[in-house]
Design a protein around this ligand. Sequence first.
Ligand SMILES: Cc1cc2nc3c(=O)[nH]c(=O)nc-3n(C[C@H](O)[C@H](O)[C@H](O)COP(=O)(O)O)c2cc1C
Length: 369
Amino acid sequence: MNESRSAEHVRAALAGAVSLRDLERLAERVVDDPAWQYLMGGSDDEITLGENRRAFERLRFRPRVLRDVSTIDTKTVVLGQELAMPVLVAPMAYHRLYHPEGEPAVARATARAGGLFVASTMASTPLEEVPSQCPRWFQVYVYRDREITRDLVLRAKAAGFSALVLTVDAPRLGKREREARIGFGLPAGIRAANFAVDQSDLRLKEAGTSSIAHHASKAFDATLGWESVAWLAELSQLPVIVKGILTEEDARLAVDAGAKGIIVSNHGGRQLDGSPATIDCVEEVAKAASGRVEVLMDGGVRRGSDIVKALALGARAVLVGRPFLHGLAVGGDEGVLRVFDLLKDELETTMALLGRTTLAEIDGSVLKC
Ligand SMILES: Cc1cc2nc3c(=O)[nH]c(=O)nc-3n(C[C@H](O)[C@H](O)[C@H](O)COP(=O)(O)O)c2cc1C
């Protein structure tokens, strides 16, 4: 197939994908099996992974009618950043497993859509190469060797990232059996590009072990405590957002530690299996934060209606993970943009059918309790 015909083919496939689920099915056809298992897997029995979806599906709306819903406005502001809709790209490792253009393609499309991109410590593109026209936060894993983290954070600051996202639910990686079963290791040509060091441990392909989990367990600092929030804030002079909170106790500690935002997250069901669905924790965390910091959430957001449910329970915005890599795999920039467009369209329709024209009008009254 020549290039223009294949571009035509991708355009048609994207146009025919009318839901994120459709895009996932298309992606499964083009992503090789090890990268697919790495992307889609959760930990242990994947109870939490499934629960993230089921909990959204259990919630029901209380629609109001005969209101003028001819104009719907999905604009919002998240930690001072204006966005066209309350959707951020969750930090995910190794985008180049899914498309040769990797993180820059996702960030370019995010800028076009008016979203915000969170770059992972474990990105397959150096943080300096994430296009600066896109609003960007940098996700931090704290290494045992604090100098490594210090260096990364200062680089992120110098490159113009506007906030740090400290992931706190991964003192070691969860037991990801899909990866272990196939002995997942990074293929040739893909690397943790923020690091210059030898990465042979990430390439090992040995049945029974995930080399990524093995690397993380060796490298990440399992002694990390709440003082790390102030350390990162002082070091970078950037707002620190804590990602991976599921309880009111930790929400209060995060606020006391100086966090400027909280992301309710169970790492997409990839860490502690048996954790609750994130949508079931949003209200508890938002109440504990009581407006002192912004609360975001991720995990299982696949519909515009899910965004409304999250906002109704107290979230300011959502992060979406896997679907953006499905879009990337299917169609590069255009595939990522398609994910944003579908979510925005569904969000607007849900708002109109609920009788709400702005995000500010979405509160607990849109849900049946
Ligand atoms: C392939 C993959 C890689 C991920 N890498 C990271 C990471 O490097 N840092 C991090 O904080 N979270 C990481 N996550 C978790 C996401 O940020 C997010 O919490 C989760 O994917 C949201 O759930 P969803 O995929 O159901 O939307 C990763 C998730 C996936 C699927």
